[in-house]
Design a protein around this ligand. Structure first.
Ligand SMILES: *Cc1c(COP(=O)(O)O)cnc(C)c1O
Length: 361
């Protein structure tokens, strides 16, 4: 052996550490965080709760209070809930657990859509898994026939479908989603509902109707990204097995305590905030759609997926020069080169964004 680096799995050489865009921007509309619109008493209540934490003790290894609070809020049993350090940890956990070897030595495959949340494929690649990406259709909906073909050909262990999807803001049409689930009897289908609080409907019931479905959600997009709390809902037999792989103290005491308060006491405030964001979303979408060459996908999330007249790379740079950070996919080619993903911010931030794009677009 020449170097300890030679011991590392080869996929690392091709990977980059996940790093959000750094730098000083007045207005950050790049990460789909919620704008700071929760009333001051929310912060005060969380601070008060923090003061009660026994810092010398390990966290509750079973996350029982938090799971009970989540379960009650969404109408499932606590045994059907698994808490992760964000959905990111749950993605990694699923990709580690659902890997029983099938014939030959072929590594397990992950099937997902493109474009979608990058963490699905990053997490799979870093585990040496095959990644099969099926392009969404022209309306950014599931391309059913291609999905079915992809399932048949790659026999994936896991299928990730984000709905509402990031970066496209659109939901999978219900019939297509169900036909994909039905065609994927030998796969675990993960329906990622990270943005469900901004959508007209949820699909939580799918985990009861289909034995091979789990649903994932998170606090990250509704005002509590700092806590790193995500959760998965699935059949209790499956949750019991997945729980064996979870690190015993994955969720720290602060996150567990504060998230419990959010689900138990502060949900009305969350709903008020998401309603405000949804109202801003329609306002900004109409303003942008009125610009020449611009169109906006029907958003069911807290961001807009904007088709730009000019190459999005230029607009991204020019917005940046004005202190506004959005997400562009200019490293990608094809239809993504004319798309920007823009998070809904405060009213003042949105106004400024619209004014800038009026000049630039
Ligand atoms: C932001 C996002 C998540 C959230 O991940 P966390 O680790 O919970 O912050 C999950 N899925 C999708 C599709 C997302 O866009």
């Amino acid at each position: 052996m020449t170097s300890v680096l030679d011991l590392l799995r080869p996929e690392l050489a091709d990977a980059k550490a996940y790093l959000p865009t750094q730098g000083d921007y007045r207005i950050r509309l790049d990460a789909n965080e919620a704008p700071p619109l929760l009333p001051a008493h929310v912060q005060a209540r969380l601070v008060e709760e923090t003061a009660r934490i026994a810092f010398e003790r390990y966290p509750d290894a079973t996350t029982s209070a938090l799971r009970a609070a989540i379960a009650e809020r969404i109408g499932v049993a606590p045994e059907e809930v698994l808490v992760g350090v964000g959905s990111d940890e749950l993605i990694a956990l699923l990709l580690t657990a659902v890997t029983r070897p099938r014939r030959g030595n072929e590594p397990p495959a992950l099937l997902t859509t493109t474009p979608t949340f990058v963490m699905f494929r990053m997490s799979a690649r870093l585990r040496g898994q095959r990644v099969v990406e099926v392009p969404l259709d022209a309306d950014w909906d599931l391309a059913e026939a291609s999905m079915l073909r992809g399932i048949e050909m790659s026999e994936p262990h896991v299928i990730f479908i984000a709905s509402p999807n990031n970066p496209t803001s659109t939901v999978a049409s219900p019939e297509r989603l169900e036909r994909v689930i039905e065609a994927a009897k030998s796969s675990l289908v993960v329906v990622d509902e990270a943005y469900v609080d901004y959508a007209d409907r949820h699909r939580l019931e799918l985990f009861r109707r289909y034995e091979n479905v789990v649903v994932m959600r998170t606090l990250s997009k509704i005002g509590f990204a700092a806590l790193r709390v995500g959760y998965l809902v699935g059949r209790r037999e499956l949750v019991t097995e997945l729980d064996k792989l979870r690190l015993p103290y994955n969720s720290n005491s602060v996150s567990q305590a504060l998230a419990t308060v959010v689900f138990r006491e502060l949900w009305d405030e969350v709903l008020t905030m998401t309603a405000t964001v949804k109202a801003e979303r329609s306002r900004v979408a109409s303003a942008l759609a009125a610009l020449p060459g611009v169109s906006v996908a029907p958003s069911q999330a807290n961001f807009l997926w904007v088709k730009t007249g000019r190459p999005s790379e230029q607009l991204f740079r020019e917005l940046g020069e004005r202190g506004i950070l959005v997400r562009s996919f200019h490293a990608s080619t094809g239809r993504l080169a004319q798309q920007l993903r823009i998070t809904i911010g405060t009213q003042a931030e949105n106004d400024e964004l619209v004014a800038c794009l009026r000049e630039l677009a």
